[in-house]
Design a protein around this ligand. Structure first.
Ligand code: ADP
Length: 645
C-alpha cells in the first residue's frame, strides 16, 4: 500500500514537473518579505539570469520601478489577490519587457499565510501591436481631416478661376461675334462645363467617403425626372442617330419622396454612358416597381443600349473609382471612370443596388434600384430652377467685395447690366471704409481675401453701421454645405456659390431687395421692336465696324441663298414627315439669322423650333408658310436697306 501511494505521489509530481518545466509564462514564488524562493525554468530562460542570480533575491530588484512592486505587495496582503498587474521587467542584458501578472497568497493547512505566488506573461509584443494600431488609427483620422481640408481648399482654388472663365464666356457670348468666334466660344464653354462636372464628381465622391453626403428628400414625380433626363440627352442621342425612348410601368406612383438631384445624377451617368458607348441602334430607359411594403416601394430604373458591351472578365472592376474598361493609350472614349463609382455610392445612400447585364459586342443594360415612399403632394413649383427675366432692372447701390480681379469684373458687369450702381473693394479693410461712404442697398462679400477676410469685415461693418447695415451676402467658392452654414452663423445674411451665374446672382439679389428696388425698363419695347424689324440696324452698324459695306452686302447675299435653300429643304422634309431634319435645319438657320440681325425671320424660326422641341406640330405647316412670307420680305428689302446706311 505504501509503495502504491509512493508511486501515485511520484506520478503526480512527475506530471506537475512536466507542466512546470514546459510553462511558457513565468511562474514564481516569494516569501512574505518578497524574497524569491522558486521560479519556473521559463523565468531563467526569458530573463537570462541563472538560478543562483535569482533565487534568494528580492523580487523588486528585477522590476524597472521597484516602488510599484512594493505597493502591489501591500495591496496583495490586504485583498489576497491581485489581477492583471502591469509592470516592466529588466532582463539581464538590460532589455525592458512589459509584463502582466496575477498574484495570490498561499496558506498552510492551518490557514496561515506562508508565501506569495504569481504568474507573469510577456506582453511586449501585444502592447506594441496595440500601440501601432492606435497610431495607425490616429494617422487615419488625421489624414481624413487633411483630405477634407484639402478638398475644401481645392474646391476653392479651382472654383475661383472657373468662376472667372465661365463668367467671361457668358459675357463674351453676349457680344457681337462672327460665326467662327461663336463656334470657338461654344467650345470653350463646353470644355469649361466638362471641367466643372469632373470637379463636382471628385468632390461628390470625397463627400460620400467622408460621410458628408446626405439625401434631401422632396416630393417629386418620377416621370417628370425621366422626362428631364430625356430632354437633357435627346440632342446628343439624336446626333448619333440613336433611337432614345423611355417607358414607365403603370404601377409606378405619380409622386414619391426622393432626392431629385441625386436620382437624376445616377440616371444621367448611366444614360450618358449608354449614349457614349453606342453608335446608332437604341437606348431605352425603363422604370418599374420591384416590391412594395406599405407606402415604401423599391423602384428599378434600367437603361439598356445596343452599344459595344463589356467583356465578362472586366465586369468586376466596373464600379470602382477611376476604372475604365479600355485603358489603352489610344482610348476611343473619353471619361474619368468616376461615374459608375459615384452612382454605386449614391444608390447605396438610397438603400438600393446597382448592376449590369451585358453581352460583349451586343450591348448592356445598366440598372439600379432605390427605395422611396409614395407621396400624395403635387410637385413644388418653387423647386424648379429659376431663370432671370432680362427686362427686370434694379435701381440699387451695391458694394461688391472680391480680391480676384476677374471675379470682380464678371460680377460687376452682371450687376451693371441689371441696372445696379456698383462700388468695388478688393479686401476687407477697404470694404469697411467704403461701406461707410454711402447708403448701400446690399453688400456682396467674398470670404477668402488678403489683409482681412470677409467674415471679419462683415462683423466690423455690422458693428459700425448697426441697424443701418444692408444685407450682406457671402460669395463663396466653398462647395460644402457645412461651410456655407458657417458663414450664416458668423453674421452674413445669405450666401451664393461660385461660379456665379447671372441668373443665380440676380435672383438672390431680388430676394433681398424685393420689389421696391425693381424697375422694368423701357428696353423691353426696344427688344420687342427689334423682333418685328426685318433687319436690326444696330447689328448692321456693328458689322460695319468690322467690314466694308460691299462685303456686308455680299454676306447678306450669301444668307439669302442659305435661307432659300433651307426653306426648300424644309418643305421637302415636311412632305416626308421627317420633322427631326426640319429641326436641324432651323437650328442652323436661327444662328445665321441671329448673327446678321435678320430679326423677324430669326424670331419665327426660333418659335417653330421651340414648338418642334415640345412636340407641337399642328401649326407647323402654316408657321412655315409665314416664315416663307417673312423671308420674301427680307429678299425684297435688304439691299435697299443696306445701301442707304
Ligand atoms: P467614364 O464613363 O467616365 O469612363 P464610368 O465610371 O461611368 O466612367 O464608366 C467606367 C467604364 O465602364 C467606362 O469607361 C466604360 O469602359 C464602361 N462602361 C460604362 N457604361 C458602359 C456601357 N453602357 N457600355 C459599354 N461600356 C460601358
Amino acid at each position: 500500500e505504501k509503495k502504491q501511494s509512493e508511486l501515485v505521489i511520484h506520478e503526480s509530481e512527475e506530471k506537475f514537473r512536466n507542466i512546470f518545466e514546459s510553462f511558457q509564462d513565468i511562474y514564481y514564488r516569494t516569501n512574505l518579505h518578497g524574497i524569491i524562493t522558486m521560479m519556473s525554468p521559463s523565468g531563467f530562460e526569458q530573463s537570462g539570469y541563472t538560478e543562483s542570480e535569482i533565487i534568494g533575491k528580492h523580487i523588486s530588484r528585477f522590476y524597472e520601478y521597484p516602488k510599484k512592486v512594493s505597493s502591489v505587495i501591500r495591496e496583495l496582503l490586504k485583498t489576497q489577490k491581485v489581477k492583471n498587474f502591469e509592470a516592466n521587467l529588466v532582463l539581464k542584458d538590460g532589455t525592458v519587457i512589459q509584463c502582466i501578472s496575477n498574484m495570490r497568497l498561499i496558506y498552510n493547512t492551518r490557514g496561515k499565510v506562508i508565501a506569495v505566488d504569481g504568474v507573469a506573461r510577456d506582453i511586449t509584443y501585444l502592447k506594441k501591436a496595440s500601440e501601432e494600431l492606435f497610431n495607425a488609427k490616429e494617422i487615419a483620422e488625421k489624414s481624413l481631416k487633411v483630405k477634407e481640408s484639402f478638398l475644401a481648399n481645392m474646391s476653392h482654388e479651382i472654383r475661383t478661376p472657373m468662376n472667372g472663365i465661365i463668367g467671361v464666356i457668358d459675357l463674351l457670348n453676349d457680344t457681337l461675334l462672327n460665326q467662327h468666334q461663336k463656334v470657338y466660344v461654344q467650345t470653350v464653354k463646353r470644355s469649361s462645363e466638362t471641367l466643372m462636372n469632373i470637379l463636382n464628381d471628385i468632390l461628390d465622391l470625397s463627400k460620400i467617403e467622408a460621410g458628408k453626403m446626405h439625401m434631401k428628400l422632396t416630393c417629386i414625380g418620377l416621370e417628370d425626372v425621366i422626362e428631364k433626363l430625356h430632354a437633357l440627352f435627346y440632342q446628343q442621342a439624336f446626333s448619333k442617330q440613336i433611337d432614345f425612348t423611355y417607358d414607365i410601368d403603370k404601377d409606378v406612383p405619380p409622386y414619391i419622396m426622393a432626392d431629385e438631384t441625386r436620382l437624376l445624377q445616377v440616371m444621367a451617368n448611366l444614360t450618358s454612358n449608354a449614349i457614349k458607348f453606342t453608335e446608332q441602334g437604341h437606348v431605352k430607359i425603363h422604370a418599374s416597381v420591384v416590391s412594395s411594403h406599405k407606402k415604401t416601394k423599391v423602384f428599378k430604373v434600367a437603361i439598356s443600349d445596343t452599344g459595344i458591351g463589356i467583356p465578362k472578365d472586366k465586369l468586376n472592376m466596373l464600379f470602382e473609382d477611376f476604372s475604365q474598361v479600355d485603358t489603352t493609350i489610344t482610348k476611343t472614349y473619353s471619361g474619368t471612370g468616376l461615374g459608375l463609382a459615384i452612382s454605386k455610392e449614391l444608390t447605396k445612400l438610397m438603400n438600393g443596388q446597382i448592376g449590369v447585364e451585358t453581352n460583349f459586342g451586343q450591348g448592356s443594360t445598366f440598372w439600379f434600384t432605390f427605395e422611396a415612399d409614395e407621396s400624395k403632394k403635387s410637385i413644388d413649383a418653387a423647386s424648379r430652377k429659376p431663370v432671370w427675366d432680362d427686362n427686370i432692372k434694379f435701381d440699387a447701390q451695391v458694394l461688391l467685395v472680391d480680391d480676384n480681379q476677374v471675379n470682380l469684373f464678371v460680377a460687376e458687369r452682371i450687376l451693371e447690366k441689371a441696372g445696379c450702381t456698383v462700388v468695388t473693394a478688393t479686401n476687407g479693410e477697404e470694404a469697411i471704409k467704403k461701406a461707410q461712404d454711402k447708403n448701400f442697398d446690399l453688400i456682396l462679400m467674398d470670404i477668402q481675401m488678403p489683409k482681412m477676410d470677409g467674415i471679419t469685415a462683415t462683423k466690423a461693418i455690422k458693428e459700425l453701421l448697426k441697424k443701418k447695415t444692408p444685407p450682406i451676402i457671402a460669395m463663396t467658392a466653398y462647395a460644402m454645405k457645412e461651410d456655407q452654414e458657417k458663414f450664416i452663423n458668423s453674421g452674413m445674411n445669405d450666401y451664393i456659390s461660385k461660379p456665379i451665374s447671372a441668373d443665380n446672382l440676380l435672383i438672390k439679389i431680388q430676394e433681398w431687395l424685393g420689389k421696391k428696388k425693381q424697375v422694368t425698363v423701357k428696353s423691353t419695347k426696344d427688344t420687342k421692336a427689334h423682333e418685328t424689324e426685318i433687319i436690326n440696324g444696330n447689328v448692321v452698324n456693328n458689322l460695319l465696324k468690322l467690314a466694308d459695306k460691299e462685303s456686308i452686302i455680299h454676306i447678306y447675299g450669301d444668307f439669302e441663298t442659305e435661307l432659300k435653300d433651307s426653306l426648300k429643304e424644309t418643305a421637302a422634309f415636311l412632305a416626308k414627315g421627317e420633322l427631326e431634319e426640319i429641326q436641324k435645319i432651323l437650328h442652323t438657320l436661327k444662328g445665321s439669322a441671329g448673327t446678321l440681325g435678320v430679326s423677324k425671320v430669326e424670331n419665327k424660326v426660333r418659335e417653330i423650333e421651340q414648338n418642334l422641341k415640345q412636340n407641337i406640330y399642328f401649326e407647323l405647316e402654316s408657321e412655315l408658310k409665314t416664315l416663307g412670307t417673312y423671308a420674301k420680305e427680307f429678299y425684297k428689302s435688304y439691299k435697299d436697306f443696306l445701301i442707304q446706311l
